[in-house]
Unconditional design. Structure first.
Length: 209
């Protein structure tokens, strides 16, 4: 609720909020792997994840109903959809996963390109990009600032459904091509607010070269 209150209070800005699948997606994907095994292909696992992202988008759209557009963007918006949102008095547009092989990180970067934004804010469980997986290595070092080429050296080169990374490989490539800045923050509402308004925040900034 605190996140929704923050967005509601920020009426001077417009937001495209892209929801991930999170634990719900991973729970379904893990269950499918256990029950069906290798017969359940990567594309099918992606569709499970996409369904979870839409479920989460519907929840946030419902909570933000007075200021949110009454639909979920589940495919690349065309010019008419873009203008409808930009000219609307609504300040929030919800989006979810689009296609197998396209993470919600990629959707966020794509939306930034479509709507002319120069930065994305990625809210996750961990506030910082680290030089190692902090869930596996207690000596992982937090990184406060990094560029896209150096960031790509820290993560796998290929996307897999359920991958856990601040920003996945395909989204990193697109963000670099678009010249986007990404701000990685944890669940702290203060950090999210500061990132939105360009103030110092606890987290990592990934910048163009």
């Amino acid at each position: 609720m605190a996140f929704c209150e923050l967005i509601s209070d920020s009426r001077d800005k417009k937001f495209v909020i892209v929801t991930g699948g999170g634990r719900t997606a991973r729970s379904y994907q893990n269950a499918a792997r256990k029950i069906i095994g290798e017969k359940y292909g990567e594309e099918a696992l992606d569709w499970l994840g996409i369904a979870a992202t839409k479920l989460n988008a519907i929840l946030i759209e419902t909570l933000l109903e007075p200021i949110a557009c009454p639909y979920i963007v589940d495919r690349e918006p065309d010019r008419k959809a873009k203008q409808t949102f930009l000219e609307s008095d609504k300040t929030v547009l919800m989006a979810c996963g689009w296609e197998p092989g396209w993470s919600t990180d990629y959707v966020a970067a794509s939306c930034a390109g479509i709507f002319g934004a120069k930065e994305i804010i990625v809210v996750g469980d961990t506030a910082f990009v680290c030089d190692k997986d902090p869930h596996k290595h207690t000596d992982a070092r937090q990184i406060k600032a990094i560029n896209w080429p150096d960031y790509k050296m820290l993560i796998p080169s290929e996307w897999k459904p359920g991958m856990s990374a601040p920003i996945d490989p395909i989204a990193a490539r697109l963000s670099m091509e678009l010249g986007l800045t990404a701000k990685i923050v944890g669940p702290s509402i203060k950090s999210i607010r500061n990132a939105i308004y360009g103030r110092p925040f606890e987290g990592t900034t990934i910048s163009p070269v």
